[in-house]
Design a protein around this ligand. Sequence first.
Ligand SMILES: Cc1cc2nc3c(=O)[nH]c(=O)nc-3n(C[C@H](O)[C@H](O)[C@H](O)COP(=O)(O)OP(=O)(O)OC[C@H]3O[C@@H](n4cnc5c(N)ncnc54)[C@H](O)[C@@H]3O)c2cc1C
Length: 384
Amino acid sequence: MCSAVPLSRSAPVVCSASAVREFGRRYVAEYLARHRETDYPDDLVARMRALGVFGATVPVGFGGSGLPSGEVLEIIYELARAWQPLAGMAGTHLKLCRDVERHGTAVQKQTLLPAMASGEMICARGYTEQGRTDPERLAATITLKEAHGILNGRKNWVTNALHADRILVVARRDEIAQCVIVDPARPGVEVGADLPRPGMLGVSLAEVRLSGYEFDPELELLGGPECDVTTSLRGHDVTRYLTRAIGSADAVLAWLCAFVESTLEQRAPEVGSVMAARVGQIAIQVAAMRAVWRDAISTAPGVTADEAKVFCTTVLHGVMSEAIGVCGGTGYASEDATLTRHYRDAVALQVFGAPNDALLTQIGERTLAVERQAAGQCLDGYLP
Ligand SMILES: Cc1cc2nc3c(=O)[nH]c(=O)nc-3n(C[C@H](O)[C@H](O)[C@H](O)COP(=O)(O)OP(=O)(O)OC[C@H]3O[C@@H](n4cnc5c(N)ncnc54)[C@H](O)[C@@H]3O)c2cc1C
């Protein structure tokens, strides 16, 4: 039932942020200039494979680069700066590599990780269902009958669903949440059409429907039949979404500066001064975003990743619309769609990972609890 995955035969490559930066600047810009944004970027994915991007987090013993999280974030940053959908696809895949490493059985690690590291097997994640982002509310179900598992459910948005080799689908079995390693080529899986959307194009986004999907619980339930991934789902880390916001901010600022420089000569001097001031306003906001990001990913953060994600994605939204305004007609419509592409792509950063409003509620409740406790301690000091 479970198709054994062959170990990768290609030599492991050590991935580096500088190689990914070079890839972004040299190939992605050129690719986007020559291809429709809606086409699946086969060439770029092949280059990412060759650069070792898909194995960045995977331990060396399983054919990856085993990079520390700071370097992996630099890679995500470079991909996001070049083209957000690439960061989405790679970021999800790397998260799933970590999940296999953390929860997988010895056999699953041995069969899956080398193929995932080489990019021979690219994985997608089917977790959220509309309005159901908490593990205990998921409607998708797993039923075990002796040596058989059956999966039913519907995942509304799965990045890269149309090209993924495996989809890791989270569902409930009674009181626990489990993750099934689904082969989309097998019966019981239906992947819908690419969903219409303003941005995050290129890499597909589709609904995945599972009806009576049969699987082997020992081999295809991540971590085996008793593995509960609820705690891991609750501890969802938003750092990579935050990092992607910085990638877009830096790309937009660089593009804006190049545009202003290249058009200064044709403008009246006073207009040039006004534009410089507007660039200054944007530069301050981007510098603040970078500072918050650096702090949030440092070893002793003063700001949490969820606070930083809300701050940076919200500021980014203003930065992008102001940048489009500064560039006038060229900002809104031009052959080089860098500005509008980042604008369309990065709006999604407020939604996925975790919606900003949901994070704000958590942050607010946490803050109120801390203040309540501090006020209680103060009062204690005054009480006889
Ligand atoms: C481009 C894109 C790619 C995606 N890729 C994937 C993927 O690969 N895999 C996957 O599993 N999912 C994916 N998703 C789904 C994404 O994770 C969800 O859209 C996201 O978690 C929000 O869930 P929802 O759409 O059900 O919104 P809802 O939960 O219905 O939220 C709607 C609104 O309700 C409010 N809200 C929700 N919860 C709270 C709360 N606790 N407190 C206050 N307000 C709240 C917020 O304003 C929120 O914006 C993707 C989505 C997009 C747009």
